[in-house]
Design a binder for this molecule. Structure first.
Ligand SMILES: CC(C)(COP(=O)(O)OP(=O)(O)OC[C@H]1O[C@@H](n2cnc3c(N)ncnc32)[C@H](O)[C@@H]1OP(=O)(O)O)[C@@H](O)C(=O)NCCC(=O)NCCS
Length: 441
């Protein structure tokens, strides 16, 4: 996609609503250092974070240049360079079932100053983002959320979950494969150079993953911080297969320890495996580490194979399991044709959408090759076609194949218009790999 999205005019409807409140809605000029500082300050303040240092401002002004950053300014405020609301968005590849990807509108930095809350500013921003993404021809929008109560009203729903795993290393006992490859330390600079290629090779293997950006890794490796979190205590290892080809890496630090230094907690920041062997090799390395009592692994898949690679399954505890990536379908045809399906089928979907983007009835026809063709469904569905009624948000939940239509029917969210339709949908839509997103954005 060209960079036209950065200068695409702000949404006229939202602009009108904000102007009526004497607020100015506009695109941040990323090249204006003072304006950028003000915007970043508002973004950090929105999440109760400290004021960004000049180093952070400089790094982000450059590192996040590709984003379309919008602000809402109140020119009557004592410090008018700091906006009272922020949002940033950019087109990013989202992995979908079938080891392929679609371009989604990633939305981040949604903040409204506490001085301007609950006056409809976030609604204007969010609806503006959705209309902009739709105008740009993108099939869906996506975000990760601070609170699970905010975005359902805009037609988003959780489509990929995440969980924290805590594994008691002294109980676990490795029973998984013992591949021939080697685990080797590498410097953070080396990881910084090599991670993009490894991430790219793994990107299409798990639905729900989105394209990473360089600044994210700059920060993950501690380079964006002065003093605290500066990366000094991070350790990086790489897994090389028997032929010496790099197939994964892990990034971790030690957090707690007892007085005898024999009982550390290993905090896993990131583990990437291109192959199953790399996955087994890296997890075995972590779980068999001396002087460690627990591996603490936040933001992992809810369905980690490592739970089946240890002798005592009760040594692995999952917590914080819940929504992580939220998806909002904006174009049913493009989104549904963009992914692959595990079985052929013909499914009629009658979709309601208060914001209008995907309101209407469509027929999804999935061929033996797992590709779908989506057309308008006019009148009665043909005989033998499964048929369901659902909201735009439910379509978002089902999209990556991690949520079951049967469950949503039992929850009273999706309605089967013909008996057995949820089963047909699940037979085609469910992803063989549980959707997961490994980062926040
Ligand atoms: C969340 C936040 C952006 C909302 O901004 P706002 O301008 O007060 O929201 P609006 O007035 O536009 O409210 C829009 C709707 O969302 C609801 N809403 C707003 N904040 C909510 C919250 N925290 N929880 C649940 N519902 C919320 C409102 O009740 C309103 O509902 P309705 O239109 O259906 O009646 C703002 O409170 C904020 O910046 N919070 C801190 C940062 C944050 O959490 N950002 C979200 C990052 S994912």
């Amino acid at each position: 996609m060209s960079s036209e999205y950065r200068t695409h005019p702000v949404d006229a409807e939202s602009e009108e609503r904000l102007t009526a409140q004497d607020l100015r809605y506009g695109i941040l000029d990323n090249g204006d250092a003072e304006a950028f500082r003000g915007w970043l300050h508002a973004d950090s303040r929105g999440f109760h974070d400290s004021r960004p240092t000049q180093q952070a401002v400089d790094a982000q002004q450059k590192g996040l240049e590709y984003r379309r950053a919008l602000g809402v300014w109140d020119d009557a405020s004592p410090d008018p360079v700091v906006p009272v609301a922020t949002v940033a968005s950019w087109p990013a590849q989202l992995t979908v079932p079938g080891e392929t990807s679609v371009t989604g509108w990633a939305i981040s930095s949604v903040t409204v100053a506490p001085t301007h809350r609950r006056k409809g500013v976030a609604r204007a921003l969010l609806e503006g983002e959705l209309r902009t993404a739709h105008d740009l021809g993108l099939p869906l929008a996506m975000l990760t959320v601070s609170e699970a109560t905010i975005y359902g009203r805009f037609g988003f729903a959780p489509a990929a979950m995440a969980a924290t795993w805590k594994i008691d290393t002294r109980r676990a006992g490795w029973s998984g494969p013992r591949p021939d490859g080697r685990v080797r330390f590498l410097s953070l600079d080396q990881l910084s150079e090599q991670r993009a290629e490894l991430l790219e090779r793994a990107r299409l293997s798990v639905p729900g993953e989105i394209e990473h950006w360089d600044y994210l890794w700059h920060r993950m490796l501690g380079a964006a911080h002065e003093g605290k979190d500066n990366g000094k205590d991070l350790h990086a290892v790489r897994y090389d297969d028997a032929d010496g080809v790099a197939q994964g890496f892990a990034l971790y630090r030690f957090t707690e320890q007892d007085q005898e230094f024999a009982s550390h907690v290993l905090d896993l920041h990131y583990l990437l495996a291109v192959t199953d062997d790399a996955y087994a090799g890296l997890w075995r390395y972590l779980l068999e580490m001396d002087l460690v009592r627990q591996v603490h692994a936040p933001l992992r898949s809810v369905d980690e194979p490592v739970a089946w690679q240890i002798t005592d399954q009760r040594a692995a505890r999952k917590s914080n399991e819940g929504d992580h990536l939220w998806v909002r379908i904006l174009d049913a045809k493009a989104a549904l044709e963009g992914r692959r399906y595990r079985a052929p089928g013909r499914i009629g979907l009658r979709v309601t959408d208060p914001l209008g983007f995907v309101e209407g009835d469509v027929l999804v026809e999935i061929g033996a090759d797992g590709a779908a063709s989506v057309s308008p469904l006019k009148g009665e569905a043909p005989d033998g076609v499964a048929e369901l009624a659902l909201s735009a948000a439910d379509l978002g939940a089902l999209y990556l194949g991690g949520v079951s239509a049967g469950t949503l029917v039992r929850a009273g969210r999706v309605t089967e218009l013909r008996p057995g339709s949820a089963d047909v949908l699940d037979g085609s839509f469910r992803s063989p790999v549980t959707p997961w997103l490994s980062i926040w954005f």
